[in-house]
Design a protein around this ligand. Structure first.
Ligand code: SF4
Length: 334
């Protein structure tokens, strides 16, 4: 095994290199050739139809690892069986989710096809074979609660330590995301920030897999597609040079002990609460002159905003000059 530092490896921290899975997927997407991996194409159809069958609002009373970073009060509304009373998904939701699922399946197929013949990289539990993982949360009275989740995949692959000149095999999580323009640009430049919801999600999966297997899961590869990136998009670097913008970007995310502790504390506090009102609202209406009273993300996408902010109301608001857009915004009354 050799580390080609200009190609399919990326430096994840000083002197430490891991496979660059985005580069591997992009290289496979540039090739048009028959797929050689043993891939079940019928899965694609099942994934599409699933969006017509699944209930829009999942069951109340449960917590999920994918929501580990969600507003803690919103988690408590879910956990205490409050009926959704706020943002309501519409007919576009199954289409948006189906497109996201298909993107994930295509990236998974490309990743498998490009790596299945490499005996040092093993990618498992992808697509419809995703694994259900559980994180045990210790409670104050010595009981434990279990919170479940479904990582997009698990992996075993090499890590190279340049200072020692040594390879080690590591266990890791795979996450695949379709990102909006704003989120993708931030991700492309800086990866996930500690407070990013995806960071909470993937740190929770790392903890669950470590607990379940006794092996150390301390790395996640987040592979992202920018939904709005076109073939004509470019980026200008700080030094003035420019390049074509890649529609697919990935970052290795290392385990973060602080975030992992926060996840356990947040979930335990929700499980041990008697009511959502025990948990203070972490968000406030804007006080800026132009947006006074406005409640932004995540409140305007929260399925409990009418319960949480009884005086809040929606109204359309237009912005932009050359390309005007009108969005429904959320405000809190006097
Ligand atoms: S409306 Fe905002 S503060 Fe209230 S539960 Fe939802 S996200 Fe949290």
């Amino acid at each position: 095994m050799e580390v080609d530092k200009d190609g399919m490896w990326v430096e994840v921290e000083r002197g430490v290199w891991m496979p660059d899975l985005a580069a591997i997927v992009l290289a496979r997407l540039r090739q048009n050739k028959p797929i050689t991996t043993n891939y079940d194409t019928a899965e694609l159809g099942k994934v599409l139809v699933r969006q017509l069958e699944e209930p829009r609002n999942g069951p109340t009373g449960s917590l999920r690892l994918s929501s580990a970073g969600k507003c803690q009060r919103a988690l408590a509304y879910d956990y205490h069986h409050y009926k959704p009373n706020g943002f309501v998904p519409d007919e576009s939701s199954p289409i948006v989710f189906a497109v996201g699922d298909i993107i994930e399946m295509l990236m998974v197929a490309a990743l498998h096809d490009a790596t299945d013949h490499i005996n040092t990289i093993t990618i498992s539990n992808t697509g419809l074979a995703q694994e259900r993982v559980c994180l045990e949360i210790p409670l104050s009275d010595d009981r434990t609660a279990k919170v479940a989740g479904h990582p997009d995949g698990t992996m075993q692959l090499p890590l190279y330590r340049g200072d020692l000149g040594e390879f080690a095999m590591v266990d890791a999580i795979l996450e695949i995301k379709s990102m909006s323009d704003y989120g993708f640009k931030r991700f492309r430049q800086n990866g996930l920030s500690p407070e990013d919801l995806y960071n909470y999600q993937t740190q929770a999966y790392q903890m669950a897999k470590t607990q379940m297997t006794g092996k150390e899961y301390n790395w996640t590869y987040v592979l992202a597609l920018g939904k709005n990136v076109t073939v004509k998009d470019g980026i200008v670097r700080e030094d003035g040079s420019w390049a074509k913008a890649s529609p697919i970007v990935g970052h290795w995310v290392k385990g973060d002990a602080i975030v992992k502790d926060q996840i356990v504390t947040r979930l335990r506090e929700v499980i041990e609460s008697q009511s959502p009102e025990e948990i203070a609202k972490p968000f406030k209406p804007s006080t800026a002159k132009a947006t006074k009273g406005q409640l932004r993300f995540p409140c305007d996408w929260c399925s409990h905003w009418k319960t949480c902010w009884p005086s809040a109301y929606e109204e359309p608001s237009s912005s932009g000059f050359y390309q005007k857009s009108t969005k429904i915004k959320l405000f809190v009354g006097e």
